[in-house]
Design a protein. Structure first.
Length: 277
């Protein structure tokens, strides 16, 4: 349950509320109408400006929850509310941005044209669009690459372009589905630094799916730990590390090591359950 604020202080604005959420899928492996329950009775809330990581073993329903919040798939039970309004499957929410696992860039568009695509669709005038794209390219550390095509970029650079293509529309809520999962360790740490710097300036509400505990500790204010399938909320950890954070030196601190060990023990229990099935 969320904590009660001290008397005389305003309650935090809830941006995402998930209540008793359930999702099952029909499985081709199950003949005669069988189903696989991906998420069962999951409940949590995310307040304005929070960076929350959804952590758990593969198959625990993390991405399924994210896609239900994004209105891409419908739940079988429970409720999802964004800013107090029930989510309607298939009806996009304008102030939500989504960064996918793969960069999903248009190969025939340059970096600057990919980043500016959403502004183009929104009818933003060319001169204003150009200024915003130039600023986004600089913020992402991509100066000099605006006229390059995705095929000429590294994986990390493509993810920077993908991130900026979403952020340029200034979404109030950002959903991220393991966007750095395919990157090598060095590039991933670099992307953590980029994201931390960008987020410090905007403070969107973020729901970030990951199976990487180190990543969750580096980025998040809270870590919601999911159980092995069917995914339920097992624990909710507060990450009290001071901000701004350095993605590299943070991992050398005693506080990081202590919290890593505490969460790793609980996460390891869920890995073991998943392997025993």
């Amino acid at each position: 349950m969320p904590s009660i604020p001290p008397e005389g202080t305003a309650a935090a604005r809830c941006r995402i509320e998930i209540e008793a959420l359930r999702k099952s899928f029909r499985s081709a492996a199950h003949q005669g109408g069988g189903e696989v329950v991906a998420v069962d009775d999951a409940s949590f809330r995310i307040d304005d400006g929070e960076f929350v990581a959804l952590l758990g073993p593969s198959g625990c329903g993390k991405s399924t929850i994210l896609n239900m919040v994004a209105t891409l798939i419908a739940p079988n039970g429970g409720a999802i509310r964004v800013d107090g309004v029930p989510v309607v499957p298939g009806r996009p929410i304008r102030h939500i941005g989504y960064v996918f696992q793969k960069d999903t860039l248009f190969p025939w568009r340059t970096v600057e044209d990919n980043i500016g695509y959403a502004l183009e669709l929104a009818g933003v005038p060319a001169a204003e669009r150009r200024l915003k794209v130039e600023r986004a390219i600089h913020q992402a550390g991509l100066d000099g690459f605006g006229r390059f095509y995705p095929s000429s970029l590294s994986g990390g650079m493509r993810q920077r372009v993908s991130l900026m293509r979403t952020l340029i529309s200034e979404p109030e809520i950002l959903l991220m589905d393991e966007p750095f999962g395919a990157l090598d360790t060095h590039t991933k740490l670099d992307m953590h630094s980029v994201l931390l710097e960008l987020w410090e300036n905007t403070r969107q509400t973020v729901l970030f799916v990951t199976h990487d505990l180190g990543e969750a500790l580096t980025l998040a204010d809270r870590i919601i730990l999911m159980s092995a399938r069917p995914g339920r909320v097992k624990q909710d950890f507060k990450v009290d590390f001071a901000r701004p954070r350095n993605a590299v030196t943070l991992r050398e601190t005693r506080e990081y090591a202590e919290l890593f060990s505490k969460i790793w023990h609980s996460l390891g229990e869920e890995f073991a359950k998943g392997h025993s099935e």
